[in-house]
Design a binder for this molecule. Structure first.
Ligand SMILES: [Zn+2]
Length: 325
């Protein structure tokens, strides 16, 4: 029956292309079987969302759909289905301009069903997203994703029946949905919102038509607590006053894993330490990580710790000013 694609994407009618895209992306992420689980309800919902986007993101399909939808809701609001049909019948006899709108035929374009049954149709495109870090964007990376794909049932080969009985493998649907794993190669220097197209990895084609494509939109996440400067990665780490005086070993997460960083005794605030080769790799060049040391007083100092500072104050004496630049 009728599907309200606007309702499915939870947007008002006449939403802009951008709004449609945003709503779709939000829902597609939320209902992606990788996230929401592999239950039939989730798969159904996910497919519905993709179907809605397929129509509403295509200018021509959307225009057709809007017209039909408006007509349909007009018919529904102002007439019962019965009187509507009677009127259609009346129109047919009244003047020769017969108009017999049949919603269920609407998406079976072209309307001639015999033609439709045999003509090859391209499968639907599928849209998904990949999040990468800014480091991966600069260096390039490979991401593994799992996509739910529909293909002809391997048992009945899409014929739905075996020896006159419903195929038990696909319950007579003729198709099955399984996850396919992709190693998606993301080239170095990719820009935010770029799309990667995996040809013919979308929904399967109908009647020998080519498969749809899989479009992956790249989203570059801004890393927390890191900055980049060319191929160098900049990071600030906090150490305590006593670590600054006595030295310490601090674990620093880098693009190449955790590195144990030696803080030398008598390290000053703002001092920079270079971790060679721990920056971004691009075109066979590799940057460094530059760590800036910041001396911070620990939170929640205990009474015992504060007493030690009092002791230090006594010992240091009044000439402390002279020893601080
Ligand atoms: Zn089957």
């Amino acid at each position: 029956m009728t599907k309200d694609y606007y309702k499915i994407l939870d947007i008002p009618e006449f939403s802009s292309t951008e709004e449609i895209k945003t709503a779709y992306r939000h829902l597609a992420r939320k209902w992606h079987p990788d996230v929401a689980g592999n239950s039939p309800d989730v798969i159904k919902k996910f497919k519905e969302i993709n179907e809605a986007y397929e129509i509403l993101s295509d200018r021509a399909k959307k225009a057709d759909y809007d017209t039909a939808r408006r007509f349909y809701s007009y018919a529904k609001e102002n007439h019962t289905q019965n009187t509507y049909q009677k009127e259609a019948e009346k129109n047919k006899t009244d003047d020769k301009k017969s108009f017999n709108f049949n919603w269920s035929d609407f998406f079976s374009k072209p309307n001639n069903k015999d033609f439709q049954a045999k003509s090859p149709q391209k499968g639907e495109d599928i849209y998904s997203d990949i999040d990468i870090s800014v480091f991966e964007a600069v260096s390039g990376t490979t991401k593994i994703i799992n996509m739910l794909q529909t293909q002809a049932c391997p048992r009945c080969k899409g014929k739905k029946f075996i020896n006159g009985a419903k195929c038990p493998y696909c319950a007579g649907k003729g198709e099955t949905s399984t996850y396919k794993r992709f190693n998606v190669k993301i080239p170095a220097g990719i820009k935010d919102k770029s799309k990667i197209r995996l040809a013919e990895e979308g929904e399967k084609g109908i009647n020998g038509g080519r498969n749809g494509d899989l479009y992956l939109t790249i989203h570059i996440r801004e890393p927390k607590n890191y900055k980049t400067e060319g191929l160098n990665i900049l990071k600030t780490i906090a150490i305590s006053p006593h670590e600054a005086v006595l030295g310490a070993n601090v674990t620093v997460p880098t693009i190449r894993g955790n590195v144990s960083l030696k803080i030398a005794p008598n390290t000053r605030n703002g001092q920079k330490i270079r971790l060679a080769g721990c920056g971004i790799e691009q075109n066979k060049k590799i940057g460094d990580m530059i760590v800036t040391v910041e001396i911070q007083i620990p939170r929640n100092l205990t009474e015992a710790e504060i007493n030690l500072y009092r002791k230090l104050q006594e010992i240091s004496g009044l000439n402390i000013r002279e020893r601080i630049e």
